[in-house]
Design a protein around this ligand. Structure first.
Ligand code: NAG
Ligand code: NAG
Ligand code: NAG
Ligand code: NAG
Ligand code: NAG
Ligand code: NAG
Length: 367
């Protein structure tokens, strides 16, 4: 017995130790679910007010706004901590040492380029040039500060963990906001997936070997969309969760196509470990049985908001006059109507590190 537990202990220690040693940096691409400050850096000179840069954003962990869309840490922050790495700095920060990683994610970013939306007359996209391809260009520009020769870069990125996503959710939201149909939004899915797939492929060619590819959240459970698409027809809602069925179906479709694309890339690049990471299933679990996870205020009511059935109010969004934050954000899944609380992020991060919502889990020894 004793020998066995000693053995297990040392196996566990070795696992933590080797992973700790293995990853020396994190590079991340995505939107507001991963942004650790880029949007605020981009927006500060041009926008009079940036709600995510005001209190109570950041109040729970950082004690001040950091440009993160939450009351505290994001999924990527918990993962960086678990791997023994510093929080991943926003790539647009000045005078920053990026040797342990850079985060290219931007609030509002799309997978598809701005030009694509313009060509299709979808003018609801904010004119911030931060699509996935633009983020990859930023990566290319940063690279010489990390490594120069192909060999040097392959050695460097071999020990990095890459996050490609979550991205794509905004693409569909902007199409819907332009008053286009759900069917039209759905028609963009293959294009979005192809763009993500090409980004993964480019990174693998640069030397990436460990990549995490998060899918979309169930947008039908997101309070801002529950408010916009509120329906008097009970049939439109999933009775288990109270979420909008059609919007969730769009997220599900994106996720299943993304998993297929990842499967193809695994076959093409067998030396690489490409991890499917899932926001969707844990969110559905939260919405189905919130109390089981400590979310006594549920998954559909916003912690920081300004009234209305979901406590989401367009005239009083989080951090602006008329809004206020709840007493205990850890009892809510949703922070501001769009983004999640730190408590949700923590749960999701550990479900990606150890399973079951990442395959293979980030801490598994299969890679
Ligand atoms: C950047 O940080 C790394 C690791 O902490 C360190 O080895 C390196 O010297 C730093 N580079 C500069 C230019 O400060
Ligand atoms: C975009 O709108 C313009 C002006 O309303 C119209 O001429 C053009 O055909 C539209 N293009 C597409 C792709 O819908
Ligand atoms: C966005 O940035 C890319 C690359 O930096 C550039 O090629 C493109 O023209 C820019 N688009 C807009 C609309 O500013
Ligand atoms: C790569 O080359 C540039 C230009 O010669 C140099 O400034 C930089 O320090 C080099 N980077 C590394 C990691 O050696
Ligand atoms: C949105 O589309 C609906 C149905 O096609 C139409 O009745 C409505 O006027 C449109 N609204 C806007 C703001 O374009
Ligand atoms: C939404 O916010 C506005 C501005 O603070 C307020 O007047 C209105 O009553 C709020 N709506 C609800 C449903 O609470």
């Amino acid at each position: 017995m004793k020998l066995l537990s000693l053995f297990l202990l040392s196996a566990l220690f070795n696992e933590a130790y080797s992973i700790h040693q293995y990853y020396t940096s994190i590079f991340s691409f995505g939107d507001s679910y991963a942004d650790t400050g880029n949007f605020v850096i981009l927006g500060r000179p041009i926008l009079p007010i940036i709600p995510i840069n005001l209190p109570p954003y950041g109040e729970t962990f950082f004690g001040r706004p950091t440009g993160r869309c939450s009351n505290g840490r994001l999924v990527i922050d918990f993962i960086a901590e678990a791997l023994g790495l510093p929080f991943v700095p926003p790539s647009l920060a000045q005078d920053q040492n990026f040797s342990q990683g850079a985060n290219f994610a931007v609030f509002g970013a799309t997978a598809l380029d701005l030009d694509f939306f313009m060509q299709n007359n979808i003018t609801s996209v904010p004119p911030i040039n931060s699509s996935l391809n633009v983020q990859l260009e930023w990566f290319d520009k940063l690279k010489p500060s990390l490594c120069n020769t192909t060999e040097e870069c392959k050695e460097y990125f071999k020990k990095s963990l890459f996050f490609v996503g979550e991205i794509g959710g905004n693409d569909y939201n902007y199409v819907l906001r332009a008053n286009r149909s759900l069917a039209e939004a759905r028609s963009y899915v293959p294009h979005v997936i192809n763009t993500i797939s090409m980004a993964i492929e480019k990174l693998i060619q640069e030397g990436a070997v460990h990549l995490v590819v998060p899918g979309n959240v169930p947008t039908g459970c997101i309070p801002i969309l529950l408010t916009v698409y509120q329906s008097s027809n009970e049939e439109d809602y999933d009775p288990r969760t109270g979420c909008l069925k059609d919007l969730n179906a769009l997220g599900s479709y994106h996720n299943s196509m993304l998993r297929e694309a990842v499967q193809k890339l695994r076959c093409k690049y067998p030396h690489a470990t490409i991890i499917n990471a899932d926001y969707y299933t844990p969110y559905i679990k939260f919405a189905t049985k919130p109390k089981r996870f400590g979310f006594s205020n549920g998954a559909l009511r916003v912690c920081c908001g300004g009234g209305g059935p979901y406590n989401y109010n367009f005239s009083a969004v989080c951090a602006l006059p008329g809004s206020s934050a709840c007493q205990d954000p850890s009892t809510y899944v949703n922070w501001d109507g769009i983004h999640l609380t730190e408590a949700s992020h923590r749960y999701i991060a550990y479900s990606w590190l150890k399973g079951p919502y990442a395959s293979p889990p980030i801490l598994s020894r299969t890679h």
